[in-house]
Design a binder for this molecule. Structure first.
Ligand code: GLN
Length: 465
């Protein structure tokens, strides 16, 4: 089949499902088809030639809308491509649309989007997770094989888990953040969704690596991730932090995670009990550091430089206030207020500076654990997909959705979520593997072997692949 007809099919699927699932904020038919035509007539074979990719709406794509799910950016069109996007384009991939997300990537359910929530394709009364919910839905509903999302505290892994697909967060510095709209810069990463670990490996191989435009991107060689997917995992050691499998964890999720440990053992892996004593402070530390950085990063939305400007405000300061009042939603405002509070002179030492110290201890937990094991296994999310509206008035309950994911962002280590089964209600459950710095290849090898031995033999009914 020609690339044009493949892309026509993809765009059709996206359009048909979008009325119900709301996973795309824009579907880029024109540019996708003209790229497809061009690719059909060129000899060059990039590793992703003709592959359709969906991209979260906080990653800059030249001349395409980049709204961050926020009214304040509205119909803002990016002036340039993020490095990850130009590398995808060079490899022959086609960005078919920009996906729905929690406003400025703040949330775990997609409900804080200014454009309405994306819906979980397994049950449209439920959230897909967040903040990269739209990208997760685009992959889970079979529109695309792979999608980009962003990760500050779990926003790729958690929705992947709730939607029954693979979600991956790299080592901090592995993928350039140039062109990723900043939320909390010391925690932000571009992440990848795939229907399988192979999809993730294919995309990672293209976008990983040092970029001069991002001084925090690392000059660490990029291995051929796809080449080692099938390596034998016998003898690999998986660390189990049993203390994290207690209170607050849904029983069915616990059972599924325990079963996945046995499945890894059956593949020849060893297990060892480990401890992550500071993990319990992860959420508190994360919501101090993330909000502090966000309050500074979001200061740039002033009604002058980008997007939306409130009308009827003749005086400058009033225009700033009105623009921000009308342009930001309630969750973003809450975070800006929390962030300015923890950074204020009277509270800096008690909150921000303390949180930074505990962050170092969270990182040390991992360094100690990785002297004993190759990867750490935990649940990804404490529950399966919850109902739309169930937690939207309870920020603390929402924040606890990230209890298993935030510490990998605090430490900067890579992590991945793969489907481990379905609940009695037929909802996907995910299991998470966290790896040592730069051990992406090991993680993908482990999850590839796991998912080929234990595939999730079910798809949501709307799946159209
Ligand atoms: N759910 C977390 C938050 O609301 C994580 C978000 C993210 O990873 N972008 O901050």
């Amino acid at each position: 089949m020609s690339i044009v007809s493949e892309i026509e099919k993809t765009l059709d699927h996206a359009e048909t499902l979008n009325g119900e699932l709301n996973s795309f904020l824009s579907i880029e038919s024109e540019s996708s088809l003209s790229r497809a035509q061009l690719l059909d007539t060129t000899e060059t074979v990039g590793p992703l030639k003709g592959v359709a990719i969906a991209v979260k709406d906080n990653i800059c794509t030249k001349d395409m809308r980049t709204s961050c799910g926020s009214r304040i950016l509205g119909n803002y069109k990016a002036q340039y491509d993020a490095t990850a996007i130009s590398r995808l384009n060079d490899a022959g991939a086609i960005v078919v649309g920009k996906t729905n997300m929690d406003e400025f990537a703040m949330g775990s359910s997609n409900e804080s989007s200014a454009f309405g929530p994306a819906k979980n394709p397994w049950d449209v009364a439920r959230v897909p997770g967040g903040s990269s919910g739209g990208s997760a839905v685009a992959v889970a509903s079979g529109v695309v094989r792979a999608a980009l999302g962003s990760e500050t505290g779990g926003s790729v892994r958690q929705p992947a888990s709730l939607c029954g697909i693979v979600g991956f967060k790299p080592t901090y510095g592995r993928i350039s953040r140039y062109g990723l709209v900043a939320f909390a810069s010391s925690l932000d990463n571009i992440g990848i969704f795939g229907q399988t670990s192979k999809d993730v490996a294919d995309v990672l191989g293209v976008i990983a690596g040092r970029d001069e435009k991002d001084s925090t991107s690392a000059d660490v060689p990029v291995p051929d991730y796809a080449a080692t997917l099938n390596d034998d995992i016998a003898g690999k050691t998986i660390g189990i932090p049993r203390a994290l499998l207690g209170e607050g964890l849904d029983d069915e999720v616990r059972e599924s995670v325990l079963a996945s440990i046995d499945n890894f053992k059956a593949l020849g892996a060893n297990t060892v009990d480990i401890e992550l004593p500071y993990a319990k402070y992860g959420i508190a530390v994360y919501y101090i550091i993330a909000t502090a950085e966000a309050s500074s990063n979001l200061a740039r939305y002033d009604g002058v430089r980008y997007g939306f400007r409130a009308e009827d405000s003749p005086e400058l300061r009033q225009m700033y206030f009105k623009t921000r009042e009308e342009g930001f939603g309630p969750e973003v405002k809450r975070r800006i207020m929390l962030g300015t509070y923890v950074l204020s002179s009277g509270y800096y030492d008690a909150y921000y500076s303390k949180a930074q110290k505990v962050r170092a201890l969270v990182k040390r937990d991992y360094e100690t654990a990785f002297t004993k094991c190759d990867a750490i296994l935990t649940p990804t999310s404490p529950t399966t997909a919850f109902k739309i509206g169930e937690k939207s008035d309870d920020p603390i309950a929402m924040y606890l959705s990230d209890i298993y994911t935030v510490s990998a962002n605090l430490a900067g280590v890579p992590a991945i979520s793969v489907p481990s089964g379905l609940s009695s209600e037929g909802l996907p459950i995910g299991v998470q593997l966290i790896g040592n710095f730069w051990s992406e290849a090991t993680l993908l090898n482990l999850t590839h072997k796991y998912e080929t031995a234990h595939p999730l033999n079910a798809r949501p009914s709307v799946f159209a692949g």
